[in-house]
Design a protein around this ligand. Structure first.
Ligand code: F6R
Length: 260
């Protein structure tokens, strides 16, 4: 695990630069992306770089991390709607190279199995994640073990409350579909994005508390190429020994997926 704390107040820009460097190393990056509040500034910064010709996702494949159920297609709280608005509509990625979980499928188990195959066929080079206040990653709520597959999940009360902020005031979703902890941990590289003082306590618990399914983000510590990208307020609760300054970057190639 490596923890990079942005001390210059330009967290989103710094993460965008790192992301675009990955794209230059591997133009055909297969990347899994979250939605929510955390990555919005990052996505704006990536979109600016794409518009300016400094980066391109024309050859990349984008896989959405999760999706809420029970909302109409196009609902502003749907992850697909958020990601389209914040990033995809401003990119050069062909629509056929964007993959999502469909919560409107008749058979949700079959839909999750289909998505598992999409992910497994080529794997993920990079999985970006946010963290919920309850320690969830994707919609892997507390109680999700490391081998939890891509599946339909009931949302925790805290997640329902948080998701209500994404919509336009109508009923919040109570369930969703998510990439499992198993598929997340199989990604070649995982970046945990954490921004804001309201995430400081859960981040400290995830990185320095027990590794437990009760806090799914803590399970990421078993991944050999986990990079935590935090802004200063989010990193407030971390011990000094855990923080490191941003330095030489590794490439996406080589190295074990697990065990560090
Ligand atoms: C969203 C997702 C969630 C969020 C998490 C943090 O696709 O997977 O796990 O990353 O709930 O949400 P924000 O960033 O809104 O605090």
């Amino acid at each position: 695990m490596r923890v990079d704390v942005d001390e210059e107040g330009r967290w989103a820009e710094a993460v965008a630069e790192r992301f675009c460097a990955r794209l230059r190393q591997r133009p055909r990056l297969r990347v899994c992306l979250p939605t929510g509040s955390t990555p919005r500034g990052l996505y704006a910064a990536i979109a600016e770089r794409v518009a300016g010709g400094q980066a391109s996702l024309a050859e990349a494949e984008v896989l959405l991390l999760d999706e809420f159920g029970g909302l109409a297609p196009g609902d502003p709280a749907r992850c697909a709607t958020m990601l389209a608005r914040d990033l995809l509509d401003r990119l050069d990625t062909p629509p056929a190279a964007v993959h999502r979980l469909d919560p409107d499928a008749d058979d949700l188990d079959a839909e999750c199995a289909r998505y598992h195959r999409v992910v497994a066929d080529g794997g993920l080079d990079l999985c970006l994640l946010g963290i919920g206040a309850n320690g969830h990653v994707g919609l892997n709520e507390p109680g999700s073990p490391a081998n939890a597959p891509t599946r339909q999940v009931a949302l925790a009360a805290a997640t329902i409350g948080a998701a209500s902020r994404y919509g336009d005031g109508h009923a919040a979703p109570t369930w969703g579909l998510t990439l499992g902890m198993a598929e997340i941990l199989e990604a070649r590289e995982v970046w945990l994005l954490v921004s804001g003082a309201h995430k400081a306590a859960v981040l400290a618990e995830a990185l320095e508390g027990p590794v437990t399914a009760a806090l799914p983000a803590s399970l990421l510590r078993s991944h050999g190429r986990l990079r935590v990208l935090a802004d200063e307020p989010a990193a407030e609760g971390l011990s000094a020994s855990l923080r490191s300054r941003a330095g030489d970057d590794e490439t996406v190639d080589g190295g074990p997926r697990h065990g560090g």
